[in-house]
Write a protein that binds this ligand. Structure first.
Ligand code: DQA
Length: 144
C-alpha cells in the first residue's frame, strides 16, 4: 500500500504557530513519526506540504494510479476549497481528512468542511497523533 500524506497552508509553521492550538510538534517531526509508523505497518508513504491550493490539486490529480490512499490536512482550504473537493472526487482515491485541532470546537467557520463529504472519514483533535490514527485508518480502509 502507498499512502500520500498532503498538508496545506501554514502547516510548515507548526511548532511556532499558535502552539496552544496546534501543539509544539513541528511538521518535520510529524513527517518522521508518519514515516516510522509506515515502516511499522509495512506500507510506503510520501509526505508533502504546500501553501498553494493549485499545487495541492495537482498532487491529488497525479496520485491517480500511484497511491492507494490520501491523508489530507487541507488546513484553511478545508473550509473554502471547491477545487480540492473536486480533485478528490475526480481521482476517486479514498481520502482521509485530518486535523490537529478539533475544528468542531473552534470558530463556526471551521465547523464546515467542503471536503468531508467526499472523504471516507475525518480525524480531528488529537494533535500530531491525528496523523498516526489516520495511518491506522488508511491500512484498514478496505474494511470500511
Ligand atoms: C487545521 C484546522 C484548520 O481550521 C486550520 O485552518 C489549519 C489547521 C488543523 O490541523 O487543526 O490551518 O487543519
Amino acid at each position: 500500500m502507498k499512502i500520500l500524506c498532503l498538508n496545506g497552508p501554514n502547516l510548515n509553521l507548526l511548532g511556532q504557530r499558535e502552539p496552544a492550538v496546534y501543539g509544539r510538534t513541528t511538521l518535520v517531526e510529524i513527517e518522521a513519526s508518519v514515516r516510522k509508523k509506515a515502516g511499522d505497518l509495512g506500507v510506503t508513504t510520501e509526505f508533502r506540504q504546500s501553501n498553494l491550493e493549485g499545487e495541492l490539486v495537482s498532487w491529488i490529480q497525479e496520485a491517480r494510479g500511484r497511491f492507494d490512499v490520501i491523508i489530507l490536512n487541507a488546513a484553511g482550504y478545508t473550509h473554502t476549497s471547491v477545487a480540492l473537493r473536486d480533485a478528490i472526487t475526480a481521482v476517486g482515491i479514498p481520502t482521509i481528512e485530518v486535523h490537529l485541532s478539533n475544528v468542531h470546537a473552534r470558530e463556526k467557520f471551521r465547523h464546515r468542511s467542503l471536503i468531508a463529504p467526499v472523504c471516507v472519514g475525518q480525524i480531528a483533535g488529537f494533535g500530531a497523533n491525528s496523523y498516526i490514527l489516520a495511518m491506522d485508518a488508511a491500512v484498514n480502509i478496505n474494511e470500511v
